[in-house]
Design a protein around this ligand. Sequence first.
Ligand code: C5P
Length: 319
Amino acid sequence: MANIIGRPLPTSATAEGFRRMRVRRSATEVVVDAPAKLNLFFEVLRKRPDGYHEIETLMCPIDIYDTLRVRDNADASIRFECRCVGGAADCGLDQVPGGPENLVVRAIELVRRQARVHRGADVSLVKRIPAAAGLGGGSSDAAAAIVAVNEVWGLGRSRDELADWAAQLGSDIPFFLVDGPAVCRGRGERISPIRGMPGLSFVVVRPPDGLATPDVYRACRPAPAPVSVGQAVERFACGDPALAGRCLWNGLQAAAERLSPWVKRLEERFAQLDCLGHAMSGSGTSYFGLCRHARHARRSARRLRAMGLGAVFAARGCR
Ligand code: C5P
């Protein structure tokens, strides 16, 4: 069961309830900007009897957004189209299912089942977040779809209820239903939002090849002496980016390095930059550096682009 703790919850998941996932409503449609995320800290605690891994992670939304447009339709069908901004290769469009297997469609089907709705939806997704990259694009799109149909169908379901449904579909999806950074535990669905995080600047690279999350978890070895997320949260919250940079950590990184040569390659390239710290995000293959400020992130992005390593973004963390 998804469990969002640590902040007052609005009674209904209205547009005002989601400041980081931006929701706009017109007479005919709901438009949602769905952010990517970075894992600033990620520890794998143990393998669970249900096949999932118990994790502790500090996740931060960043200002790279997909845009989802949803309109109600009365004929009970779900029509879905997806296109990519900036070239299909940059966002790994070949990794994004275009049909009923897409998480967006599955999320809408799930809401329809749970809320016993008999209406349909026309959905268009513009992708900017690279897929199979550890940036949470598919999960964020799914969360956006849940919020959007809650609006267009006038369901008025609470954020907690939507998060419970979301957790059935994917471990990362409930995170995108809260504002700002959060510690996520369990298989990722138990969310504790973190208040007072300073604004952070990042440079992010998504290399040409991605990795599938199940493959990376299968190859990982849980930490024999796990590091607790608490120290990382304290260091980020204290507002000293240099200190924060030293606690970036990803317990899946060693497994991803065994599966893709890109992860080690990126680690070596980032070590040549003057970032405050660097790590892989999620199950990879995206790799990011923490920068001193936005200008530093843009400068680092220019240097990385010149190295021809894949799609490069300068990004800001959402507080
Ligand atoms: O929950 P989600 O569908 O995103 O997970 C995809 C796969 O990643 C799972 O089927 C599982 O193999 C692996 N996983 C895991 N432990 C987690 C999250 C995901 O082993 N905490």
